[in-house]
Write a protein that binds this ligand. Structure first.
Ligand code: SAM
Length: 373
């Protein structure tokens, strides 16, 4: 072997970044916690749907045999669920053998899981997320084809949960939101008026508007039959029933009544054809009439990583809202809707102005869209 082989400098390759594994460990921890959180939602969903929390509240501390009898479920399942709920820290548990232990629903948990109009009520999250799993394969498909998934394809439980999630805010906060906009509030408080609640879903906002304005007639419109059926069921027998009507309708179609004001809660970003819809609404308003839009309070510009609300908006968008707004050849707005987008839609739809209303809310940003006088 020759000893005079020319030496060739080895090319320099950047050494891979080697950390001490802390970032990887942190991500492993995060994913593990996410899995626990997802499974909490499923087990809470089971407890809500089967009436297990309600039975615990009604009958007080009980064993698995007692809960099984009260809620009409199999004892072996009741026992496993109770043990899991105690291990995950939701229920309190007393001493004794598996058969003797009594489980208690803590006071602090009651409004969150069992009081549909309480501001802390969040059980609908556990009713919303698990059923979305049934759409997983459909999402895989539309992510490849670019098609949308219309609201009516979502499981009925998820649609009901969406309505239930917003119900406490409509019940307790809607009056304050409107009071912060005297221009609308004074006009609607002054005497008889007509209000359109657009994309009303389960109709809780429509009912709240009727309660706020005792002389108003309020019409709730939504394209989804199941939502309108739910809205009709919930208003039946209430004190505002006579002044509230619900109708299945595509907001992109023409309107035949003139409204003094209109509202649209958390629906603009879901619309396939937002400019067409806003144009139709603008035409249905009296001259100078106002459309109050409430939509996600997404950051003004793309910001990553985002705060928990921004994460919620994006996750909802990836799974529900973007597919919804791409349905029917839609523009695909999605839940990370920003003020610049709303202004652009309002301008294209012929509104005279679009401004952010001075209303405080962690979830929603409010916009006032004024029809030309
Ligand atoms: C996120 S949900 C909000 C529902 C309700 N406003 C609430 O806050 O609970 C959006 C709603 O917009 C409705 N929607 C979407 N596109 C529509 C259209 N073209 N015409 C009427 N409603 C529509 C959906 O059916 C759905 O009920």
């Amino acid at each position: 072997m020759s000893t005079d082989t020319p030496t060739i400098d080895a090319p320099t390759i950047d050494a891979p970044t080697i950390d001490d594994g802390a970032a990887t460990d942190a991500f492993v921890g995060r994913l593990f916690e996410s899995a626990l959180g997802a499974m909490d939602l499923f087990t809470i969903g089971l407890g809500s749907r089967l009436g297990l929390y309600a039975a615990l509240q009604e009958h007080g501390p009980q064993t698995s045999t007692e809960l099984a009898a009260h809620a009409g479920v199999a004892e072996r399942y009741a026992r496993e669920w109770l043990e899991q709920q105690a291990v995950t820290g939701i229920l309190e548990v007393g001493p004794g053998s598996a058969a003797e232990r009594r489980y208690t629903l803590p006071e602090a948990v009651v409004p969150v899981l069992l009081e549909p109009t309480h501001p802390a009520y969040l059980a609908p999250l556990a009713a919303l997320v698990p059923p979305l799993g049934t759409l997983f394969e459909r999402l895989v498909e539309v992510y490849r084809t670019g098609e949308g998934v219309s609201w009516s394809e979502f499981p009925a439980e998820a649609v009901e949960a969406q309505a239930a999630l917003n119900r406490p805010a409509f019940t307790h906060e809607l009056g304050g939101w409107l009071a912060a906009v005297p221009e609308i509030d004074e006009r609607l408080s002054a005497g008889p008026s007509r209000i359109a609640d657009l994309g009303c879903g389960g109709g809780w906002s429509t009912q709240a508007l009727a309660r706020r304005y005792p002389e108003a007639v309020v019409h709730g419109f939504d394209i989804d039959d199941a939502s309108i059926a739910m809205a009709r069921r919930s208003v039946a027998g209430s004190e505002v029933e006579e002044r509230v009507a619900f109708e299945v309708c595509d907001l992109a179609g023409p309107a035949d009544i003139a409204y003094d004001a209109a509202t649209m809660f958390e629906a603009l970003h879901d619309l396939s054809h937002p400019v067409q819809v806003l144009t139709s609404i603008r035409r249905s308003l009296v001259p100078g009439g106002i459309l109050l839009v409430a939509d996600e309070r997404a950051a003004d510009t793309f910001t990553a990583p985002g705060d928990p609300f921004e994460r919620l908006f994006y996750a909802s968008s990836v799974l529900v809202c973007l597919p919804g707004s791409l349905a029917d050849g839609g523009v695909g707005t999605g839940a990370a809707i920003r003020p610049s987008t709303v202004r652009s839609y309002a301008e294209q739809a012929g509104f005279a102005s679009c401004e952010v209303a001075p209303i405080d809310s962690p979830m929603f940003r409010f916009y006032l869209l004024r029809a030309p006088a």
